[in-house]
Write a protein that binds this ligand. Structure first.
Ligand code: GDP
Length: 364
């Protein structure tokens, strides 16, 4: 499953957010099984109201949402890359995540100590970014000698890696995070294999006071501006409110959200922004047995999308019976869509659209 690291200085609201995320999943017990792999990893169902609508129409016995993992990375403080706080082992936790959610403290509360003694989310983010840059520098510098040796020995792959390592080092030595490097499309995969902390797709989570949960405040505006400049995404969330929402049942939740002027829990927005950030989207398979959401990349073809279910589906792909989500709902299911001519037969070049209801035909 997709893995997102939750990162930030102490006392910014990371654990509050993490607990809200995992409790929400637990609260949706029957349909959204929740399990914790490790104490700091939360396996969370991706909120998807469309899946419930599809299951209701098809009378599906089971609803299986897509999953996303959140990793609570504690212990990041100034000096972490030098082993301060919980130090390096926690930086390693971030390395195998697909994206990083940076939590920034955008609330004032005199009772809650700030490690730096002032509320300034931008310099908090700078501190974290500096630590991640130092960690990247260190891990890259360690690799140079070995790569040079192997590249000289004629190993093409090492030569490519070495070139990219040098590209990243050039940025980092100038005090710029690795994501600012210009990487050619054909190098994309090798670049990602470097697992650089400062090259991961980033989502800035502005943890605001309860009164600012709907529109944010001047601190979150500043963070949003920084995110936009860095090509990152940002969301406004009140971790405290989210932890309260997490404990409500579906009916109470809708009512509570309305009173505070929110359309959906902030956590849902956070998950959806993570999807967008990573270029992901959803298609569905729907039947009497189960209704299920599958995660694919924007631009994936029908066979590639089938491959997410099983590699045999991709290899033996013949065609896909496809109904757009809106048609499926409007025409009340497969039979209605077929009758109205809204069930399409799509071939191997079809680019799957978000919300498509798919049925794959394949050879075994
Ligand atoms: P972490 O160290 O980043 O994991 O931070 P925690 O989630 O443990 O939060 C630190 C303290 O800040 C706790 O006492 C939380 O209750 C409090 N806190 C978290 N979010 C908010 C918020 O939005 N508003 C206020 N007033 N307090 C918060």
């Amino acid at each position: 499953a997709l893995k997102v690291a939750i990162v930030g200085l102490p006392n910014v609201g990371k654990s509050t957010l993490f607990n809200a995320l995992t409790q929400t999943a637990a609260a949706q017990a029957a349909n959204y099984p929740f399990c914790t792999i490790e104490p700091n990893v939360g396996d969370v169902a991706v909120p998807e109201p469309r899946l419930d609508a599809l299951a209701a129409i098809a009378g599906s016995k089971e609803i299986i949402p897509a999953r996303i993992n959140f990793v609570d990375v504690a212990g990041l403080v100034r000096g972490a890359s030098k082993g301060e706080g919980l130090g390096n082992q926690f930086l390693a936790n971030i390395r195998d995540c697909d994206a990083v959610a940076f939590v920034a403290r955008c609330f004032e509360d005199d009772d809650i100590t700030h490690v730096e003694g002032r509320i300034d989310p931008i310099s908090d983010l700078d501190i974290i970014e500096t630590e991640l840059m130092l960690a990247d520098l260190e891990s890259l510098e360690k690799r140079v000698v070995n790569l040079e040796k192997r590249a000289k020995g004629g190993d093409k792959e090492s030569a490519t890696t070495l070139r990219l390592v040098k590209l990243a080092l050039a940025q980092l030595n100038e005090g710029r995070p690795a994501f600012t490097a210009e990487v050619a499309k054909e190098d994309d995969k090798a670049w990602r294999m470097l697992q650089l902390l400062t090259a991961k797709p980033a989502l800035y989570v502005c943890n605001v006071d309860e009164g600012s949960a709907d529109k944010g405040n001047s601190l979150s505006d500043a963070v949003a501006a920084r995110a936009a400049k860095d090509g990152a995404k940002s969301v406004v969330i009140s971790a405290k409110i989210e932890s309260e929402i997490a404990l409500l049942d579906a009916g109470e939740r809708a009512e509570f959200l309305e009173t505070i002027g929110l359309e959906e829990p902030g956590l849902n927005r956070m998950i959806h922004e993570a999807y967008k950030l990573l270029g992901l989207q959803t298609y569905f398979t729907v039947g009497p047995k189960e209704a299920r959401a599958w995660t694919i990349h924007v631009g994936d073809t029908a066979p590639q999308s089938a491959g997410v279910i099983h590699t045999d589906f991709e290899k033996g792909f013949i065609r896909a019976e496809t109904i757009a989500y809106d048609d499926y709902v409007r025409l009340k299911g497969e039979a209605g869509a077929r009758e109205a001519g809204r069930m399409r037969l799509e071939g191997k070049d079809y680019v799957v659209q978000d919300g498509d209801v798919m049925h794959f035909r394949f050879n075994t």
